[in-house]
Design a binder for this molecule. Structure first.
Ligand code: NAP
Length: 264
């Protein structure tokens, strides 16, 4: 506890610097590829420990871990399906057993099961809600206990612009991501007095496995609507996550990172 307080005090004195992260433990869900891997690489630094969750792809998860280790951070892999309450709890318990604390929780794990509303079956609806919304609830509920005791915590949830403006063919995903934004605001209000912040990063189109199944024509049409004229890079989402995790005074906010696709 003393270490946390002094690292934090150092940070206030020196501003943005590596010291602010010294000794901190970051748990990232869905870290075996795509945006989760990029977030891990972005957060990785000397004296940081990254707990990297994955669900099924151990081979890719090991590649993520190697990249984190190459940056001088400690890294450990934790297999768990966050859509299952018992596995999400076991994930958090496992990280606490290994590292003793969780300072930053990044709820990144997500899935899509796109189809039009009239064709959407219960399984497609429930799968998407289970991982993208229930999973965040399970992991956050388990992780905030240690953050409350430490009187420090940074939670960053990965939503989507689909949760902000809606997207045809994604009623399940848009509902889950919009729910995630509401959930984050409630968490931010509930835990602010414990120096725990909760924020959302809402990406637009980012080139990852998730978007690789889009047809070329649909992809090109979408890119034409992006003012900056290209898809996002996963590391650009990582930078936004790091920024929010580093802030003392931003909470309950949604940071849209989409090349200008959505503007108020
Ligand atoms: P991705 O390439 O498909 O990777 C998804 C990651 O989530 C994988 O590491 C996967 O693990 C993990 N995962 C899925 N279900 C899980 C579960 N139940 N428990 C634990 N881990 C699980 O997707 P991505 O593009 O990087 O997306 C990451 C996040 O950004 C998601 O929340 C997504 O909704 C959001 N997002 C993406 C875009 C985009 O354009 N790519 C846009 C907006 C928002 P395994 O591979 O081990 O199964």
């Amino acid at each position: 506890m003393q270490v946390v307080a002094s690292a934090w005090a150092d940070r206030r004195k020196i501003g943005w610097d590596k010291v602010e992260w010294k000794g901190r433990v970051v748990l990232i869900t869905g870290g075996s590829r795509g945006i989760g891997r990029a977030i891990a690489e972005c957060m990785a630094d000397q004296d940081i420990s990254i707990a990297l969750n994955y669900r099924s792809d151990e081979v890719q998860a090991k590649i993520s871990a190697e990249r984190v280790l190459a940056k001088g951070a400690a890294c450990e892999l934790f297999q768990a399906d966050v859509s299952q309450a018992d596995q999400a709890k076991a994930l958090v318990d496992g990280v606490l057993k290994r590292f003793g604390r969780i300072d930053v929780l990044v709820n990144n794990a997500g899935v899509t099961r796109d189809t039009l509303l009239l064709r959407m079956n219960d399984e497609q609806w429930n799968d998407v809600l289970a991982t993208n919304l229930n999973g965040v609830f399970y992991c956050t509920r388990a992780a905030v206990k240690t953050m409350m005791r430490a009187r420090f915590g940074r939670i960053v949830n990965i939503a989507s612009i689909s949760g902000v403006v809606g997207n045809a063919g994604q009623t399940n995903y848009s509902a889950a991501k919009a729910g995630l934004i509401g959930f984050t605001k409630a968490v931010a209000r509930e835990l602010a007095s414990r120096n725990i912040t909760a924020n959302v990063v809402a990406p637009g189109l980012v080139d990852t496995d998730m978007t690789s199944t889009m047809g070329q024509a649909a992809y090109d049409t979408l890119i034409q609507s992006v003012p900056l004229g290209r898809a996002g890079r996963a590391e650009e989402i990582g930078e936004a996550v790091r920024f929010l995790a580093s802030s003392d005074y931003i909470t309950g906010q949604t940071l849209i990172v989409d090349g200008g696709l959505v503007m108020d």
